[in-house]
Design a protein around this ligand. Structure first.
Ligand SMILES: CC(=O)N[C@H]1[C@@H](OP(=O)(O)OP(=O)(O)OC[C@H]2O[C@@H](n3ccc(=O)[nH]c3=O)[C@H](O)[C@@H]2O)O[C@H](CO)[C@@H](O)[C@@H]1O[C@H](C)C(=O)N[C@@H](C)C(=O)N[C@H](CCC(=O)O)C(=O)O
Ligand SMILES: Nc1ncnc2c1ncn2[C@@H]1O[C@H](COP(=O)(O)OP(=O)(O)OP(=O)(O)O)[C@@H](O)[C@H]1O
Ligand SMILES: N[C@H](CCC[C@H](N)C(=O)O)C(=O)O
Ligand SMILES: [Mg+2]
Length: 504
């Protein structure tokens, strides 16, 4: 991947350069902690700190060039080339895909966006493409997969450098497809620069991330960028398709934002792909998908109406890539689950325990509706909301929890830098509102310690009850103000159930 600095500087025609350009660059980094000798260090002004403050550290660690958007006095007199531009983020987006030889041009790229269902839909698409015999890479919230090799991730959609280097690794390992989640943050911050998507999938649009986007319209517009990019002049690849959920009111906005061919899907509207004969049960869902190929009858082990939408989205992507109905059926019927999505914890208890990643009002409502469909008795909900994230979703989720649940135990999710009690107070406003509106006979408790909340839920559960532990799904940690601790809802629930059996 090594490049001459001259080649990189040529991509930045307005840059002011101080120092030699005839140098070999072996790595690019915006994090000083990742600098190795021969790195081009890119200074980014972040939400917390300013990367320019780490430029001198980067040089000490062997950076041969530094990309800046303001003067860094500490670099004066140092043996380093300083490239000054107006906007280092924009410069990074131009330089990095080139540095990695544009891997996004060498793969078929499928991007999935929407508030909920991205992870599930990417896993479904991956399983269909693999069934069709392709080598598939996946990037998303849970992990990166290069064929079967799993790598840890920090964000749902990684930053430009991590994304391009991962895609390059996929190319090197012989992947033909990259199926990835494209978060609204990634679109707004253009982390996907240099990725030319072949297929863009829209799942749905409901409230989340208003802390970052400020307004719902900004949030929608960020998602729409994926669809604008499919029809952009200058695209190098051909054969693009947008897969759009028309049951969602924002579907038409995505549709209006692209000029490429569209495969629409929906259950309540006329669309290219629809589903009927729907039977949702605890153990799975049966339904028929109707499309240009005729009808496919499916019996799946994933369940809930929301997953039928995810399946339609995945079938749309498969269709765009010319995968036949027999392969689609085979793949979907052998698909078992996505970690932490409606995952059952079975430790010999006489009640049902579900761990789910619902962390938005819509996700929580969907999962509660699904649980209610087969709950034979009470639903006990354990949930919280993340700190440093959209505060306005907290009371809404509190209200939904008491509307659908019989007993609510509000607890901490990942408080991050916030005071857990403050987050819970925001949730409690909605709980009280919900109780007053629908059901003052229901009860709730605020238990900041998540393990204690899960313990209480398990103690309260009678035979046939459902305990829903929502919000953290596959996460194996809890982010507190001063540290991150090991925490896995599934493991904690198992431990608590075992403890209870031991002591009677
Ligand atoms: C708001 C946001 O997106 N923040 C991202 C951003 O962090 P930041 O701007 O705060 O960076 P910073 O910590 O201030 O650092 C500024 C610069 O100094 C550098 N630095 C910092 C420290 C140091 O010692 N040396 C050094 O060089 C940093 O590498 C960076 O270049 O850049 C970081 C590196 O790329 C990201 O990891 C970080 O995501 C944080 C962790 C995050 O939580 N993001 C969430 C909100 C997010 O992006 N979520 C979406 C959506 C999830 C979904 O709905 O599925 C996602 O895609 O994950
Ligand atoms: N199509 C859907 N519509 C609404 N809710 C959904 C849908 N699919 C999944 N959910 C709910 O949202 C939760 C998260 O699902 P998933 O992880 O697939 O979404 P995501 O979009 O990847 O989330 P994130 O934004 O964190 O990456 C699930 O556990 C489930 O409760
Ligand atoms: N991708 C989402 C995940 C939220 C998961 C929840 N457990 C939380 O920490 O808020 C986000 O970063 O907002
Ligand atoms: Mg996800």
């Amino acid at each position: 991947m090594a490049k001459n600095l001259q080649q990189l500087a040529a991509l930045l025609p307005h840059a002011k350069i101080r120092g030699l350009l005839d140098k070999t660059v072996v790595s690019v980094a915006h994090d000083s902690r990742k600098v190795v000798p021969g790195t081009l260090f890119i200074c980014l002004a972040g939400a917390h700190v300013d990367g320019h403050d780490f430029a001198a550290d980067a040089v000490r660690q062997g950076a041969v060039a530094v990309l800046v958007e303001k003067d860094v006095p500490q670099l004066a007199g140092q043996d380093v080339t300083v490239i000054s531009v107006a906007d280092t983020r924009a410069a990074m987006q131009a330089v990095v895909p080139f540095f990695f030889d544009y891997p996004g041009q060498k793969l078929r790229m499928i991007g999935v966006t929407g508030t909920n269902g991205k992870t599930t839909t990417t896993y479904l698409i991956r399983s269909i493409l693999r069934q069709a015999g392709y080598k598939v890479g996946l990037i998303g919230t849970i992990q990166t997969l290069i064929d079967n090799t799993a790598l840890p991730v920090k964000n749902t959609t990684p930053d430009v450098i991590e994304l391009q280097s991962t895609l390059a690794e996929m190319v090197k390992s012989g992947m033909e497809y990259a199926v990835m989640e494209v978060s609204s943050h990634a679109l707004a911050l253009n982390r996907v620069a240099g990725c030319e998507f072949d297929v863009g999938v829209f799942t749905n649009m409901t409230q989340d991330h208003l802390d970052f986007h400020q307004t719902f319209n900004n949030y929608i517009d960020a998602k729409a960028e994926l669809f604008r990019s499919l029809g952009r002049t200058g695209n190098k690849k051909t054969g693009k398709t947008a897969i759009i959920n028309l049951d969602d009111s924002a579907g038409s906005i995505m549709l209006n934002n692209t000029t490429c061919p569209v495969i629409s899907y929906g259950i309540n509207t006329t669309a290219d792909l629809t589903a009927d004969h729907i039977n949702v049960e605890a153990a799975g869902a049966g339904f028929t998908v109707n499309g240009p190929f005729g009808a496919i009858d499916l019996k799946l082990t994933i369940t809930g109406m929301f997953n039928i939408y995810n399946v339609l989205a995945a079938v749309g992507a498969a269709l765009a890539e010319k995968v036949g109905p027999a392969v689609i059926k085979q793949a979907l019927e052998s698909f078992t689950s996505v970690p932490g999505r409606f995952e059952l914890v079975q430790a010999g208890q006489p009640f049902t325990v579900i761990v789910d990643y619902a962390h938005t009002p819509d996700g929580l409502e969907n999962v509660l509706k699904t649980a209610k469909q087969f709950a034979k008795s009470k639903i006990i909900v354990v949930f919280g909301c993340g700190g440093d994230r959209d505060r306005t979703k907290r009371p809404i989720m509190g209200k939904l929890a008491v509307q659908y649940g019989d007993m609510v135990l509000a607890t901490s999710d990942n408080p991050r830098s916030e005071d857990p009690e403050k987050i819970l107070a925001d949730i409690e406003v909605g709980i009280k509102e919900g109780l007053a509106a629908c059901c003052s006979d229901k009860s709730y408790e605020i238990i900041p310690d998540r393990r204690q909340a899960i313990t209480k839920a398990v103690k309260l559960a009678g035979p046939q009850d459902v305990v829903l532990i929502a919000g953290k799904g596959h996460e194996t940690y809890q982010v507190l103000k001063d540290r991150t601790i090991d925490f896995d809802d599934r493991q904690v629930a198992r431990e608590v159930i075992k403890e209870m059996r031991k002591y009677g």
